[in-house]
Design a protein around this ligand. Structure first.
Ligand SMILES: [Zn+2]
Length: 179
């Protein structure tokens, strides 16, 4: 699911089919959260149910903010507070090392879950206060709700990268033309 350059949007996308009666939860337990963070280069040392709860709360706050930006509405003040609170936690100072084989590389000890969420919240702040904010777009599939950044130039993307969304809509459009 690492489908954007923004981990905050990737986290939001861990709920699939937001506008259906049974949204898909891709972080069903703490283990799944840990694995998800791991593939997003945020290995954490331990992950419990409280961390899962915090990650989901942050995720829904992020969803509110990016959806607000994509649809030009005011965000929920509570969501803004949640994201800012995570961003304010003491952050991780990067340390680099050098060795003959690899040259320079980041020397990152496993993070705490809090630190991982801190980095995700900061990513969202960069996104929402930077030039990409105006290119946030909500997937046009009526069941989806995923928010993504449309790339500049060419025909703007209308659906998220979930293969089901674009395909379903294309099939529908194809049937409609045939009729
Ligand atoms: Zn979609």
């Amino acid at each position: 699911m690492a489908n954007t350059e923004h981990i905050s949007l990737d986290l939001v996308a861990t709920v699939g089919g937001r506008f259906t009666e049974a949204p898909i939860e891709r972080l069903p337990d703490a283990q799944a959260l840990r694995a998800w963070l791991d593939i997003h280069a945020l290995a954490i040392e331990a992950c419990g149910d409280a961390d899962l709860e915090a990650a989901r709360t942050l995720r829904e706050a992020l969803y509110d903010l990016v959806e607000a930006a994509a649809t030009n509405r005011a965000p929920d003040p509570a969501a803004l507070t949640t994201v800012n609170a995570h961003a304010a936690h003491p952050s991780v100072q990067p340390t680099m090392v050098w060795d003959k084989r690899n040259g320079f590389s980041l020397d990152r000890a496993p993070l705490s879950a809090d630190q991982a969420l801190n980095l995700i919240a900061r990513d969202a702040i960069d996104l929402l206060t930077g030039p990409e904010r105006d290119r946030l777009h909500q997937c046009e599939a009526d069941t989806c709700g995923t928010v993504f950044v449309v790339s500049g130039g060419g025909k703007p993307r209308r659906w998220c990268s979930s293969s089901s969304c674009g395909n379903r809509e294309r099939v529908r459009a194809h049937r409609a033309t045939k009729r």
